[in-house]
Write a protein of this length. Structure first.
Length: 349
């Protein structure tokens, strides 16, 4: 018999199993489709890891801690591209991010002439930027699989939990959580459809940094591992079923993405589309994670609600979940079930 069964081998589940096992627990990790599978929110090739989080210091410090653990467990799967966050100089997010990064001791630069520093991207003349030289990109699918292997936990690909017994069960099932627990999570976690595009880059295109513009709802990742220049619109898409949803991209999203390329990366205006992907976010009402005990089953824990920004935090989330099960750290109110409403009012980006 295992002490803990972790259901879901995505980034939250894999790191939870890792930390529980490191703490001495007998752990079984299961996933119906396998770690990093194409239906999961932890699938795909790349994810950004950044420290910029406005005034949300808890996420800045989580990213700091997580990057150290990612480098410890799978150093070859982190690419130090640097991360550029742009916005208007008076944007509260930019102002608060500078304050938080300074308070946390994160190395960064505030740029008032972004265009001069990064000539390959075309920005409005008054654009300000925050440059994080130590941040970058994680190779998502392979990193999750590496954590599962490094965890030392027992691992099985199986669809059900029949004949399995443990003192504690953690459900880290991402977009499947509201289906598994509709009585408490319906409306509090909403899986949405997200379209991602990769474009072939010409040899003369030299923009090798990761870029995020929260005000525009767009981000890009440089060509890594031969997959092309990745760009996506970060606005929440329509509701989506991770098990059966259509994963063909739409022409409307492609047109909007190409419009961003023409405006911001004119060197890629006519770049060929080389790959596409449809994934999903599992959004909580406010963007904060859900990490809490089931209200009616005291040996059941829920860990999810990555909300499109959660991947980078996997190591810290796993550590936090393990501490909650062990009762060795106070609970964070922002992650409670009670803090998740059915009305959308996102405050974390």
């Amino acid at each position: 018999m295992h002490d803990v069964i972790v259901v879901g081998a995505g980034v939250f589940g894999a790191w939870t199993a890792f930390h529980l096992k490191r703490g001495g627990a007998r752990v079984l990790l299961i996933d119906q489709h396998g770690a990093g599978n194409s239906r999961s929110s932890s699938s795909g090739e790349t994810r950004i890891i950044r420290m910029s989080y406005g005034s949300s210091e808890i996420y800045t410090r989580s990213s700091m801690r997580s990057l150290a653990m990612w480098k410890e467990v799978c150093p070859d799967l982190f690419h130090n591209t640097g991360v550029l966050v742009t916005g208007a100089p008076a944007d509260p997010y930019i102002i608060e991010t500078r304050e938080t990064l300074s308070r946390c001791g994160v190395q960064h630069q505030y740029l008032t002439n972004v265009q001069k520093r990064f000539p390959q991207i075309t920005l409005d003349p008054d654009t300000a930027g925050i440059w994080e030289p130590d941040s970058g990109v994680l190779m998502a699918r392979r990193a999750v699989q590496a954590v599962v292997q490094a965890s030392g936990a027992d691992y099985e690909i199986r669809a059900g939990g029949a004949n399995l017994r443990a003192g504690t069960v953690v459900y880290a099932c991402g977009p499947w959580l509201p289906t598994l627990f509709p009585e408490i999570l319906r409306g509090r976690i909403r899986p949405t459809r997200q379209e991602v595009f990769f474009f072939g880059t010409p040899p003369e295109f030299k923009f090798t940094s990761t870029w995020i513009a929260f005000g525009e709802g767009v981000y890009s990742i440089p060509a890594l591992d031969g997959r092309g220049f990745k760009i996506a619109l970060d606005s929440h898409g329509p509701s989506f079923d991770p098990e059966t949803g259509d994963r063909q991209i739409t022409q409307d999203a492609l047109r909007k993405t190409r419009a961003v390329l023409r405006k911001r990366f004119p060197g890629l205006a006519n770049a060929p589309l080389v790959e596409t992907r449809v994934c999903q976010y599992e959004n909580t009402s406010n963007g904060d994670f859900l990490i809490d005990r089931h209200p009616h089953r005291k040996n059941v824990w829920l860990a999810g609600g990555g909300s499109g920004h959660g991947f980078k935090h996997g190591p810290w989330v796993g550590e936090y979940v393990a501490s909650q099960i062990a009762g060795t750290a106070p609970a964070e109110p922002r992650f409670s079930l009670g803090s998740k409403k059915t009305t959308r009012r996102r405050s974390v980006y």
